[in-house]
Design a protein around this ligand. Structure first.
Ligand code: NAP
Length: 488
């Protein structure tokens, strides 16, 4: 057992927005023996990896900042990917997280033995620590479509999250598979590039919420700097609107139903007003309820897809060959570049590393029936381990930063109890996990996510992977540590 509970040692896997914020919060809580292991050559997680043209965040920039580090210099209401990346790098340096971080060091295995986590890495190093945090993000493993012949394509094929820096698209025939949040940001940039001809392969139409992106000029920034409460106001209003919007997707009260109808009406109205050609509009009209798939916030896709050099193909893809994509109607769409905006595996937690809890139990065995964690964070038989942004976190149209900060605070409360010797190890009881699952199950049926659509929000059983209740209830829950749920 640890002899000095006042100075626990911690490993954080991943130096993305969650890992950086967590390291800062741990330091602020007086925990300094922190090692952050980052597989890549630099920090920033999703904002390092997603560098496609047009990459941006559809959560308002002042709500997509740490609560302890507002940024008066955001260029826009919705920030661009590269400036978000710079923001995280600056915070990382400003708060000295770099002093704790080992770059280019990926984790190979984590095994819990004799009250410690033994962590082995690609640099042949072996660490022994009291606490282990996985902060590897939710959407970090790209999904490549299982389309016959993909490898035969003679042009350049790449996933949207693996964009080739400096790629010259001028005059190119470009195909994009997918019409999710990434694709709808990327496609207009390609269509608006010089001399391109862009073919979009849409399997399922998406509901779009019109989200014009107001720029902040020098005067705005000066005002933000002089009076930070203005940033706080925008942040709080934005988070409030997002919370209300998400409530409408999960609740079955009168207000929720009315708000849902209002959002659905607004999306239909936007589609009707923005797309002039009724045939194209029909192709872009979803056949499922608003909000069933993650809502796309965008103001550039509808204008761009109507341009003469844009083609929306709704015929299914049959196969890919040397020259391009062949659809089921036998048509060959000749391409130079094929972009796979086909999303991510939302359940690739702690993968591909070896991960074992007490008595060598593997995470695959622990999760053979269900990928689950108590309050999204704790797994029985995996003591002193915290899964940041784990299953059923309130991901979706909300600020991941606000959420991960609350998860960090909750974990720190648990570590404090451990430091006070009130807990031998931090471990959840199996029955508490069962109760948690039963609670989730009882709420899931109210959500729009189970109303019939194909979505990354759903797990293999068709249950939502996200939090199926109101945001305010999640916040209330995360403020209280229920010690009776923990092994004493
Ligand atoms: P996504 O939402 O999962 O979309 C993937 C797209 O690829 C869908 O249109 C999907 O069609 C299509 N697709 C997948 N496999 C296919 C196949 N074999 N054949 C044809 N089409 C196929 O992925 P994403 O756009 O990368 O977004 C993922 C998540 O990342 C978002 O939901 C969001 O949470 C986050 N994101 C956020 C922002 C932001 O601004 N904050 C920006 C980008 C992404 P189906 O719909 O038919 O499955």
């Amino acid at each position: 057992m640890n002899e000095n509970r006042q100075n626990p040692s911690v490993i954080i896997i991943g130096a993305g927005m969650t890992g950086i914020g967590l390291a800062i919060k741990l330091k602020q809580a007086g925990i300094h023996d922190i090692t952050v292991l980052e597989k890549a050559e630099t920090v920033g997680g999703t904002w390092r990896e997603n560098r496609y043209p047009g990459v941006a965040c559809d959560v308002p920039s002042h709500a997509y900042t740490y609560s302890f580090e507002f940024n008066p210099d955001w260029s826009n209401f919705f920030a661009h990917g590269n400036e978000i990346y710079e923001y995280f790098k600056n915070v990382y340096l400003k708060y000295g997280v770099d002093k704790h971080t080992h770059l280019n060091e990926s984790v190979i295995s984590c095994v819990y033995q004799n009250g410690k986590w033994i962590v082995k890495t690609s640099k042949d190093k072996c660490y022994e620590v009291d606490f282990l945090f996985s902060a590897t993000g939710i959407l970090h493993q790209p999904v490549y479509p299982d389309i016959p012949g993909l490898d035969n394509f003679a042009g350049l094929a790449m996933h949207s999250a693996r964009w080739k820096d400096g790629l010259d698209t001028k005059g190119k025939r470009i195909g994009v598979i997918g019409t999710g949040s990434s694709a709808t940001q990327l496609i207009p940039e390609l269509i608006n590039s010089e001399g391109t001809d862009v073919t979009v392969f849409q399997r399922t139409a998406q509901w779009l919420v019109e989200a014009p992106n107001k720029g902040y000029d020098a005067k705005d920034k000066k005002r933000f700097r002089e009076k930070p409460s203005r940033m706080a106001l925008i942040r709080n209003i934005s988070l409030g609107i997002f919370a209300q919007g998400t409530s409408a997707l999960v609740g079955d009260g009168l207000l929720d139903r009315m708000v849902h109808r209002l959002y659905a009406w607004n999306a239909k109205r936007y589609l009707k007003n923005a797309i002039k050609d009724p045939l194209l509009r029909a192709k872009l009209t979803p056949d499922y309820k608003f909000g069933c798939k993650r809502v796309v916030m965008n103001a550039t896709f509808y204008p761009a897809i109507q341009k003469p050099n844009a083609h929306l193909v709704t015929e299914s893809i049959d196969h890919i060959e040397k020259e391009g994509v062949v659809t089921k109607d036998g048509k060959l769409h000749k391409l130079d570049i094929l972009v796979l905006a086909t999303g991510f595996d939302p359940a690739a937690f702690m993968r591909p590393m070896e991960f074992r809890g007490r008595n060598g139990l593997s995470i695959d065995d622990a999760w053979k029936n269900k990928i689950t964690a108590y309050r999204s964070l704790l797994i029985p038989e995996f003591p002193n381990f915290f899964l940041m942004l784990g299953p059923n976190s309130p991901i979706g149209n909300y600020s991941v930063i606000a959420m991960s900060e609350m998860q960090a605070d909750y974990c720190i409360s648990l570590i404090k109890l451990w430091q006070e010797n009130k807990l031998k190890e931090i471990e959840v009881k199996p029955q508490a996990l069962e109760q948690w699952r039963a609670m989730l199950k009882s709420k899931m049926r109210h959500t729009v996510w189970t109303s019939g659509c194909n979505s990354w929000y759903l797990d293999a059983d068709g249950d939502p992977l996200t939090w199926p209740d109101k945001w305010k209830n999640w916040v209330a829950m995360m403020k209280v540590v229920n010690t009776s749920d923990l092994v004493s």
